[in-house]
Design a protein around this ligand. Structure first.
Ligand SMILES: [Zn+2]
Length: 238
């Protein structure tokens, strides 16, 4: 009986240690853990016929390469070369000593591999319907992070979306009626039309013909090789 009681005490002590441990660790954070910068890069996906169809994360791209559903398409001295996952790994090892500034690399347990910018699906040859929905990132990219009332440029967290014709007056949530606005202008405008608030739009909001987030990426030297597939082509889904 005594043995049973002391076992109970031990269990209870373990429980309380666990509880204390949890308290010491602090509250559980719900913020998503950000991957390291190279893994935050984007990879352009071509279909079998070399048409740009999609943009995926590095993780997804390596998943497709590893399962031999895709190959790397790499720009080298003005021409494109194709690599399987294995040959890309080998060529990466050879290049590891001469990394260029805009290249991204990740380190696996016992090797380093360059992050490809473009991959090509080996079987899929369709072109999915082009569509990019209205969303916050898209509006900010289309408006170049500039408040459409004062023209000032702001970081994303200081910008909000504004319905030019307020929703309360029947204004739709469309590319043609939504702009980004700084907090100050948004507060000043309130639930009024620009005319009522005596404010003027910097430009007329429009539905972009090409995916504004992708267009923004094309300005980044990392994604220069994408131009070959995106210039003049209908822009893919994002
Ligand atoms: Zn403003």
């Amino acid at each position: 009986m005594q043995g049973l009681q002391s076992a109970k005490k031990r269990r209870s002590a373990r429980r309380s240690r666990k509880t204390n441990g949890a308290v010491r660790r602090g509250p559980v954070t719900t913020e998503p853990v950000q991957p390291p910068p190279p893994l935050r890069a984007s990879v352009l996906v071509l279909n079998r016929l070399y048409l740009a169809i999609h943009v995926v994360t590095v993780r997804r791209a390596f998943g497709l390469l590893f399962r031999e559903l895709a190959e790397v398409v790499h720009l080298e001295e003005g021409a494109f070369a194709n690599y399987s996952f294995q040959s890309w790994r080998e060529i990466s090892e050879l290049r590891a000593d001469e990394k260029r500034p805009h290249d991204d690399w990740i380190r696996a347990v016992n090797f380093e591999i360059q992050i490809p910018r473009v991959i090509r699906l080996l079987i899929y040859d369709r072109v999915p319907k082009q569509r990019f929905h209205l969303n916050r990132r898209g509006v900010l990219a289309r408006d170049g992070h500039c408040c459409q009332y004062c023209g000032g440029r702001f970081p994303a967290h200081q910008l909000s979306l504004d319905h030019v014709i307020p929703r309360s007056l029947g204004g739709p949530t469309t590319w043609e009626n939504v702009v980004c606005a700084c907090m100050k202008c948004n507060t000043k405008k309130g639930g009024r039309t620009p005319k009522e608030a005596r404010m003027t739009l910097v430009g007329r909001p429009y539905k972009p013909k090409r995916n504004p987030i992708l267009l923004q990426k094309l300005d980044n030297p990392k994604y220069q090789s994408w131009r070959t597939w995106l210039d003049g082509a209908a822009l893919p889904v994002m």
